[in-house]
Design a protein around this ligand. Structure first.
Ligand SMILES: Cc1cc2nc3c(=O)[nH]c(=O)nc-3n(C[C@H](O)[C@H](O)[C@H](O)COP(=O)(O)OP(=O)(O)OC[C@H]3O[C@@H](n4cnc5c(N)ncnc54)[C@H](O)[C@@H]3O)c2cc1C
Length: 265
C-alpha cells in the first residue's frame, strides 16, 4: 500500500449530483494503479477513516487524477467533496485495484451500475477499442444525471431513473437475463444488490467466473448494517477468518454470503 499526497487543483460539476475533483501534485506522477477502467484508490479522511473511489482519469504527464464524487446526503467523503477548494490537501493510498477484465475477443460486454459506478463505466466505454461492443445500463436519480461518454467502440446506453435507495432493484432487473452467447457482465453499485446479482449470475444462470465481475460499492443504511455487525461480530469474525482458507474467489464469496445471510447481514 503506497500513500500519495495530493492537492485539489479544481472542482467541476459533472451533473447536479456528481462533482469532479481534480487532484494534482508531484507524487501523483508516480501513482501506481492497475490501469483497469475500474481501478480505485482509498482516500484518507482521518486516522481510521478511508473511502474507496475510482480513478476517473489519470494523467501522469500533468500529474493529475480526477475523482468523481456522488453528492449524497451524509458521509465524510461526500461532505469533503462538497466543501473542497483549490489548495486543499488529501492523501490517496492504494495498491493496484480493479476487477474489470473481459477476455479481449468477447463478443459483448454488459456494464451495469448505479451513480457510484459511472466513473468506472465511463472509463470502460472510453477505453473500448474500435470494433468492440458494449451495452451499459446506468441507474441514476433523474435525467439531469445522464453523462456523455466518447468511445471508439459500438456503445449503447440505457439510462434508468431511481433514487439511490431504489437503485438496487433496478440493478437486479437489468441483470435478470443476458444477451445470448458468451459475453462479459460487470456490475457495481449498492452492495446488497450486487450480492444478489453475483449469486444470480453464478448459481441461476450458471456462468463461469471469467464471464462476470460484481463489486459492492456502498450500502443503503450502512449504519444499520454496522450496528448489526457489531452485535454478531464475535460469531461472524472467526467464521470469516476460517473462510480465508478458501482459495477460489467465487467459493469464498459464496461462503461469506452464507455467513452474513445467516445473521441477517
Ligand atoms: C472500488 C470502489 C470504487 C468506488 N468508486 C466511487 C466513485 O468513483 N464515486 C463515488 O461517488 N463513489 C464510489 N464508491 C462508493 C463510495 O466509496 C461510497 O459511496 C462511500 O460510502 C461514500 O462515503 P461517504 O463517507 O460519503 O459516506 P458513508 O460515511 O460511507 O455513508 C454515510 C451514509 O450515506 C449512505 N451512502 C453512502 N454512499 C451513498 C451513495 N452513493 N448514495 C446514497 N447514500 C450513500 C450510507 O448508507 C450512510 O447512511 C466506490 C466504492 C468502491 C468499493
Amino acid at each position: 500500500m503506497t500513500a500519495y499526497r495530493a492537492t485539489v487543483l479544481r472542482t467541476t460539476a459533472v451533473t447536479p449530483l456528481m462533482l469532479r475533483v481534480t487532484l494534482g501534485g508531484e507524487e501523483l506522477r508516480d501513482y501506481r494503479g492497475s490501469g483497469l477502467p475500474d481501478e480505485s484508490c482509498r482516500l484518507v479522511f482521518g486516522p481510521d477513516t478511508t473511502r474507496n473511489y475510482t480513478i476517473r482519469r489519470r494523467d501522469p504527464v500533468a500529474a493529475e487524477i480526477d475523482i468523481d464524487f456522488v453528492l449524497h446526503d451524509g458521509g465524510v467523503a461526500a461532505a469533503w467533496a462538497r466543501a473542497a477548494r483549490t489548495g486543499d490537501g488529501i492523501t490517496l493510498s492504494g495498491a493496484p485495484a480493479g476487477k474489470y477484465a473481459p477476455a479481449p475477443d468477447v463478443p459483448w460486454r454488459l456494464l451495469v451500475g448505479d451513480a457510484t459506478a459511472l466513473p468506472a463505466i465511463g472509463r470502460a466505454i472510453e477505453e473500448l477499442p474500435a470494433g468492440a461492443s458494449a451495452h451499459a445500463v446506468c441507474v441514476v436519480d433523474n435525467p439531469d444525471e445522464r453523462q456523455t461518454f466518447d468511445s471508439q467502440g459500438n456503445v449503447t446506453v440505457d439510462w434508468v431513473y431511481a433514487s439511490a435507495r431504489e437503485a438496487g432493484d433496478a440493478l437486479r432487473q437489468a441483470t435478470l437475463t443476458l444477451p445470448d452467447g458468451p459475453g462479459y457482465t460487470w456490475v457495481a453499485g449498492e452492495a446488497s444488490a450486487t450480492r444478489d446479482i453475483r449469486r444470480h449470475l453464478r448459481h441461476t444462470l450458471g456462468l463461469p467466473a471469467s464471464r462476470y465481475d460484481t463489486v459492492g460499492y456502498w450500502r443503503v443504511d450502512a449504519e444499520r448494517w454496522e450496528r448489526r455487525y457489531r452485535e454478531v461480530a464475535a460469531v461472524v469474525d472467526p467464521r470469516i477468518a476460517a473462510a480465508d482458507a478458501i482459495t477460489d474467489d467465487e467459493q469464498y464469496f459464496d461462503a461469506v454470503d452464507d455467513i452474513y445471510a445467516e445473521v441477517g447481514l
